[in-house]
Each structure stands twice: as structure tokens, then as C-alpha cells.
Design a protein around this ligand. Structure first.
Ligand code: MG
Length: 235
């Protein structure tokens, strides 16, 4: 499907302009878009592997600590890898500016009304950069736990980050995302007592939804669990 048509469908959906007689065709188109997204994601992954680039996609709500954790791990990994971090947000380049201070290259994508990155955005970047310059790519998705679940970005592994500040039901309420993730990070464990969050429930929910998921407990603030993330990513 042409990109223009895709953007139009998303526009209709996001504005809820779809009229009854258009609904079926829109649902059909949406399905094709997702199928098409997955084939583009596969193409991206193959291209990155051709260049021996390892890649990870970070998903989480606003304030969960995606950028903070990326700052911590890139600070360590920049000594060993040539890193590119792609940040998605509806507007601003706050995150890219923060991570860039860690001596890694960054690209900020502003999605406008879109609540998630998709493989089309990433393909545009992959086509326009010199892939020989990098051997490690991270993507920080737009901050939310819903829309990113459906769109694979062609990365090797997906890491989902939640925090104790989001409450113990946050994992249970987003099963699709945890099913599609290889690693779940529960951040801000330093706040667990003060907030009274049931951390065990969060861990158990993640494992019930996805028995293969690896759960890592972190406090980006106190540098807890950072080395474990690096180890788990095989970096
Ligand atoms: Mg961020």
C-alpha cells in the first residue's frame, strides 16, 4: 500500500472521522497496513544484520524511565560500540538532546499526531544513513503502552519498561505489549515502599502473560540493575 493512503487511514482513525459505510474498508486497510508494516520490519532487520548491527526497541509510558535508562546504558556502552539512538515523540527533541550528551549519535522523529513509531519511519532512516557507521541501534518509542504494541520496528528485541509509579496493574492491563517483548524492565524500585506498589504482582503478571520474558528490576536513579540490562542484551 502506498504511504499516502496509510497516512490517510491513520488520520481518519485518530480523528474518528470514519463513517459507518467506510468502516469496513478502513478495518480492512488497517489490517493490510499492519501486514505491510511487518514485512517492512523484516526488511529492516535483514538490512541491519547485513551490516552486523544489533538493535533494540524500547517501549514504555511517559515517565517510566526510557530515556533515563538509555542514558545510563549508552554511557557505558559508548566505549565499546558505535551507537545510534532514534527517539520518537509527537514533538520536541528533548530526549535526543539528553542522550546525545553521552557521545552517541541521535535522530529525533516527531510523529505529530501519531502515538507510535512504525516501520515506515525507521525504513526512511535506515535508507538515509551510512549503516557502516554503527554497530548498535536503540529506538525509544513514543511514550505509551498501547499503540506501539502493534507495530514491529525491525529490531532484534523489544524491551518494555514500566515503573512502580504506574501501579501494580500496569502489566496486567497491557498483555499484548508484554507478549511481544523479550525483556520487561520494572524501573523506580527505589520508590516501591513509599508508593506501596505490589512489585511481586507486576513480576508474576509479566511471566504469566509471557513465560519467556526476562524481568529486570531497576532504579535508573541509583544505578541499580543497569549492568544486568547490558548483560541481558548480550552487549
Ligand atoms: Mg523519553
Amino acid at each position: 500500500m502506498k504511504e499516502k493512503e496509510y497516512e490517510r487511514v491513520m488520520e481518519l482513525e485518530s480523528r474518528k472521522l470514519a463513517q459507518e459505510h467506510n468502516r469496513q474498508i478502513i478495518i480492512q486497510t488497517q489490517k493490510e497496513v499492519e501486514k505491510n508494516n511487518d514485512s517492512i520490519a523484516e526488511l529492516i532487520n535483514n538490512k541491519l544484520h547485513e551490516h552486523n548491527i544489533k538493535s533494540f526497541d524500547i517501549v514504555g509510558a511517559i515517565g517510566a524511565g526510557k530515556t533515563a535508562i538509555l542514558e545510563k546504558i549508552t554511557d557505558i556502552l559508548a566505549r565499546k560500540y558505535k551507537i545510534l539512538v532514534i527517539c520518537g515523540d509527537i514533538t520536541t527533541r528533548v530526549d535526543a538532546d539528553r542522550i546525545q550528551k553521552k557521545n552517541v549519535d541521535t535522530i529525533q522523529i516527531n510523529t505529530g499526531r501519531e502515538c507510535a513509531l512504525n516501520a515506515y519511519y525507521i525504513l526512511k532512516i535506515v535508507k538515509n544513513i551510512d549503516l557502516n557507521k554503527y554497530n548498535l541501534i536503540f529506538i525509544e518509542n513514543v511514550g505509551n503502552l498501547i499503540c506501539p504494541a502493534e507495530f514491529q520496528l525491525g529490531m532484534d528485541k523489544r524491551v518494555t519498561i514500566v515503573s512502580t509509579a504506574e501501579g501494580e496493574w500496569v502489566v496486567e492491563k497491557h498483555p499484548l505489549l508484554f507478549r511481544m517483548s523479550e525483556i520487561a524492565i520494572i524501573n523506580k524500585i527505589d520508590l516501591k515502599e513509599r508508593l506501596g506498589t505490589d512489585l511481586d504482582k507486576m513480576i508474576n503478571d509479566a511471566k504469566n502473560i509471557n513465560p519467556n520474558i526476562k524481568v529486570i528490576l531497576t532504579s535508573a536513579k541509583n544505578n541499580e540493575g543497569i549492568e544486568e540490562i547490558i548483560k541481558e542484551l548480550n552487549l
